[in-house]
Design a protein around this ligand. Structure first.
Ligand SMILES: *Cc1c(COP(=O)(O)O)cnc(C)c1O
Length: 365
């Protein structure tokens, strides 16, 4: 049996037909940027996530950069980011001329307690990352950030957490700006590149709306220097289709995650994320943690099972971001984490095989 980590050619016939129809609709209309699809997508996401404003954009990395620009963060400013994340989080900070200040994560890969110790007079914002789909305690984080002594902006990197809900509020709606990615492999992905900024603030909404479109409120009028970070009409059309299947797909993710937990959690030497069954985890990824990670990865690979590592390197140890410092927990996660296949297209018998193989690895000796 061959079990891919993720195979996006597995969409069922019905979904494929709906996507083809969405393509045809756009093709017939002949409007490929903006238009009805984008407007509908915006409204749907706003109502789904309970967000006052939503600005679709070209990708999740742009969403982060747009958020930073809209909040006027730039040269001389510092932004606190977790040491373990996808590079975009720190990359966007550097692209606007500011400096990322790395802070160690907790055992779930989320910005660690006491991050406020990294605050200096130059700190302007903190970017919590909902890594693997899990939200940190956002009320607590925002309280610290907004305390009179700190007055920091909160930019949520919710690229992996679409649909996660904490205390009745969706991931991306706690911060001054929430950034989403619809990269195809995410738990809510397009058939190409797309992203979004969420905000509850009308001024920030206006600014990001201008920034993504050359600072142009109406044709040939430019009120600020912006850029082009618009979403494709086609991607918005496809996302509208995927959104109608989202709840169903998420249910399937939870079922698979709970089965992994119930059938693997008796194994000594395996650690799992906490709270993966809870509402504030999107189950974008399902990493397990163990000492002999590379051995297990090779063992599963020999059985035909694809796995992935999120992420093999922490940012402070990557060449473009290198700084000295202790990031013991992030390093540990990075050295011991292995993501097992978990996606709506994974079949029951495939999961059975994965579970058998993981168990076999531990019983071998
Ligand atoms: C995917 C991702 C991004 C960037 O999204 P793109 O759409 O690929 O640019 C940013 N942050 C995190 C944590 C991500 O996983």
């Amino acid at each position: 049996m061959k079990v891919p980590f993720l195979d996006l050619s597995r969409f069922d016939k019905q979904l494929q037909e709906e996507l083809k129809k969405a393509f045809e609709k756009v093709l017939v209309k002949g409007i490929f940027s903006g238009g009805e699809e984008v407007g509908v997508f915006c409204e749907k996401v706003k109502s789904k996530l309970g967000s006052k404003f939503a600005i679709p954009c070209a990708n999740g990395t742009d969403a982060l950069e747009l958020a930073l620009r809209a909040l006027e963060i730039g040269p001389g400013d510092e932004v606190i980011v977790p040491a373990l994340t996808w590079v975009s989080t720190a990359e966007a900070v550097i692209m606007v001329g500011a400096k990322p200040i790395f802070w160690d994560t907790d055992l779930d890969g989320l910005l660690g307690e006491n991050w406020e110790k990294a605050i200096t007079s130059k700190t302007k914002a903190v970017i919590p990352v909902h890594l693997y789909g899990k939200m940190p305690d956002m009320d607590r984080l925002c309280q610290k950030a907004k305390a009179k002594a700190n007055r920091l902006y909160v930019i949520e990197d919710a690229a992996q957490a679409f649909g996660a809900i904490q205390n009745g509020k969706a991931a991306g709606t706690f911060g001054d700006v929430g950034c989403l990615s619809f990269y195809p492999t995410k738990n809510f992905g397009a058939l190409g590149e797309a992203g979004m900024c969420l905000t509850q603030n009308p001024e920030i909404f206006k600014k990001i709306s201008l920034l993504i479109n050359h600072g142009q409120p109406s044709r040939d009028e430019h009120v600020m220097v912006g850029r082009n970070s618009r979403i494709d009409s086609l991607q918005a059309g496809f996302l509208n289709v995927f959104l109608s299947h989202f709840d169903h797909f998420q249910k399937r993710r939870k079922v698979l995650a709970n089965r992994y937990l119930s059938e693997l959690s008796d194994i000594k030497g395996l650690r799992f994320l906490s709270g993966i069954s809870e509402e504030d985890h999107s189950v974008h990824l399902f990493p397990i943690f163990l000492e002999r990670r590379d051995e297990l990865k090779n063992f599963l690979s020999a059985k035909g099972i694809g796995t992935a590592i999120h992420y093999p390197n922490i940012l402070p140890e990557m060449f473009p971001y290198r700084i000295q410092g202790q990031f013991a927990v992030s390093k540990n996660i990075s050295a011991s984490g292995l993501s097992l296949p978990l996606n709506p297209w994974l079949k029951d018998q495939e999961q059975t095989f994965i579970i058998e193989c993981v168990r076999a690895f531990f019983i071998r000796e």
